[in-house]
Design a protein around this ligand. Structure first.
Ligand SMILES: Cc1cc2nc3c(=O)[nH]c(=O)nc-3n(C[C@H](O)[C@H](O)[C@H](O)COP(=O)(O)OP(=O)(O)OC[C@H]3O[C@@H](n4cnc5c(N)ncnc54)[C@H](O)[C@@H]3O)c2cc1C
Length: 556
């Protein structure tokens, strides 16, 4: 197979929320820039938005809330383990972002007085701002391409290229043919999302995950291999969502008056979702299945909820509920615990970045769920897509030349050639993925302990050998899945190592160690950083103080 060579000023890996916004912002600043996307799916509907979305979860609306209140709130929900400057920047730019989206035609409902509709989703303040936009992904992906960015669909970013320690592009894989594409670039923005395919959903479906299943931690692995650090990989978060469908609805139903109830009809949440851990507590006490009740609401409120649920984020919900015979006016919605994921958007884990979206590798930026700006959601993906673009444009200007490392490309080609065969191979990649994720469920997520985490690390060695020598690869599709499973294994290694390092329990079910059941602020009010040692499989962990707004040691 022939490897294709391309050149760009800026390469964006992942054409989701953050990636599209990065391209738009970079071209606003310099319309002459040549921008290429590697996009694993099709940019029109790929990523967490998929179609549309019902809220920007963080907007600091002037004269109503403030960035200061937001960092107070997010610090509480992250239990102090975060650097404040990135979260502050997110909130400070959030209203400007809303106005920009509004200008593009994105619909934000307002009341009779012209006030935005806000809902209570955080511990403090009403930052969640309703948005009713079923075509959000189409709007932003079209805009990026109309301004001149070129999307290479079905190209999966595999490895970042380095030129004397600085980023010089990346190698991508055509997920249909298995051909490689080398894109030389003066800067790269990693926006490949989080790790959606971590533990196994209890439905047993590999792709029946809450987050977009095309996000398989590729960005974490690419960044790590290039020398970037990861933080909070021990934060393995599951949610309480619609049983068997794992689709979101809490922020839409409960904030509008819905009730989360346990099996004894105790009300666990009503009108607000500020403290989701209450659901975990009830569930862990055996008081599940939990359910959402809506039948007490006025008919027009139920109509509004249905209008949003069935049109914006996952319109397939309408068919799902009809298929199960569930009418919200008569029957409750059963909730169940989803798979655990690692994500810098809903969770806290991802590439360690500062408020300029820098990863520490010159020319490499990360934004959205690939980066750890804890609980930044869509607002963070958009704001930091823009921030990464601004920084990358400045970097490109002052670092114009770049060289491709042929040896690195050759090594990727050789590895691809070794893997692309079905001769003497005996394991279907989907079967291996099932087993890998079943064991992640057993050993890597809470309740965690040293014995389990070390058991995973033993198993992962075996899985790597099977990935190298046993997987049947008949086409580019099998091959891309093989790389994805390798990334899932690698992310589980990151997580196990970081979890072993954090010898305490924190964040409810996201990191509960039975051998260290208590929270210990004295020792662990810090980041656990994960970084590459001498070999790709050599994962090192260390700690780093959390930083206050001034960039100095924080952690109050
Ligand atoms: C179901 C759901 C509902 C949500 N609801 C809300 C909400 O109401 N409000 C809110 O504020 N936030 C919400 N969020 C969070 C928000 O959508 C995400 O935080 C945000 O969209 C993440 O953007 P991203 O660009 O980082 O990732 P994504 O938008 O997921 O984009 C990642 C892109 O990278 C591509 N990709 C992955 N790997 C590779 C690779 N190796 N090479 C090339 N491309 C690759 C993927 O195909 C995808 O297009 C929700 C998330 C989910 C999953």
């Amino acid at each position: 197979m022939e490897t294709k060579y391309l050149n760009a000023d800026l390469l964006i890996i992942g054409g989701g929320s953050a990636g599209c916004m990065a391209a738009i912002r970079a071209l606003e600043l310099n319309p002459e820039l040549k921008i290429i996307f590697f996009e694993k799916g099709d940019i029109k509907y790929s990523g967490s938005i998929a179609r549309g979305m019902d809220a920007l979860n963080i907007v600091a609306i002037p004269n109503f809330t403030t960035p200061e209140l937001y960092i107070e709130s997010v610090s509480m929900s992250c239990e102090g383990v975060l650097d404040l400057a990135p979260s502050y920047r997110l909130a400070a730019r959030s209203f400007e972002l809303l106005k920009k989206l509004q200008h593009w035609g994105v619909h934000f409902p307002v009341d009779a007085n012209g006030n935005f509709r806000t809902l209570k989703y955080h511990i403090k303040g009403e930052f969640q701002t309703a948005m009713e936009e079923p075509d959000l992904k189409v709007i932003i992906s079209r805009k990026a391409q109309e301004q001149g960015a070129v999307a290479l669909n079905r190209i999966m970013g595999l490895e970042l290229l380095l030129d004397d320690g600085r980023i010089s592009g990346a190698v991508g894989l055509n997920v249909r043919s298995g051909e490689l594409v080398v894109c030389g670039a003066k800067a790269v923005i990693l926006t490949a999302g989080g790790q959606a395919r971590f533990s196994l959903p209890n439905s047993g479906y590999l792709y029946g995950t809450f987050d977009y299943p095309g996000n398989s931690g590729d960005g974490y692995v690419m960044g790590f291999q290039a020398g970037a650090k990861l933080t909070c990989m021990e934060f393995t978060k599951s949610m309480m969502l619609i049983k068997d469908a794992n689709m979101p609805l809490l922020a839409i139903t409960v904030t509008r008056g819905g009730r989360v109830m346990d099996m004894l009809d105790n009300i666990i949440m009503e009108n607000e979702c500020a403290n989701l851990s209450r659901m975990d507590d009830a569930y862990d006490k055996g008081l599940g299945p939990l359910r959402i009740q809506l039948r007490h609401l006025k008919p027009e409120v139920i109509d509004e909820i249905e209008g949003i649920l069935f049109s914006t984020e996952r319109p397939v919900q309408e068919r799902f509920f009809r298929g199960r015979g569930i009418d919200f006016r008569k029957r409750d919605i059963e909730l169940w615990r989803t798979e655990a994921q690692i994500c810098g958007g809903h969770g806290m884990g991802g590439l360690y970045v500062n408020e300029r979206a820098e990863t520490g590798v010159p020319g490499l930026y990360a934004a959205g769920d690939a980066a750890s700006v804890p609980k930044q959601h869509l607002s963070g993906a958009f704001v930091f897509g823009e921030v990464a673009a601004e920084e990358a444009v400045a970097f490109i200007k002052s670092n114009p030349t770049v060289k491709i490392n042929d040896g690195q490309v050759q090594a990727v080609e050789e590895r691809r050639n070794q893997l692309f065969t079905d001769v003497d191979r005996d394991i279907d990649v989907r079967e291996l993925e099932y087993k890998v994720r079943r064991l992640i469920s057993d050993y890597v997520i809470s309740p965690k302990n040293e014995l389990k985490l070390n058991s995973w690390l033993e198993w992962s060695g075996r899985f790597r050998e099977e990935l190298r020598n046993h997987i049947v690869v008949r086409n580019g599709h099998d091959l891309s899945k093989l790389y994805e499973v390798a990334h899932i294994v690698q992310c589980a290694d990151f997580s196990a190592r970081a979890s072993l390092e954090r010898k305490e329990s924190r964040w409810g079910t996201a990191h509960r160690r039975t051998d260290y059941p208590d929270r210990d602020d004295k020792k662990w009010l810090c980041h656990i950083l994960t970084e590459k040692g001498d070999a790709p499989e050599d994962i090192r962990t260390g700690t780093e103080p959390v930083k206050g707004l001034d960039g100095k040691k924080g952690g109050a």
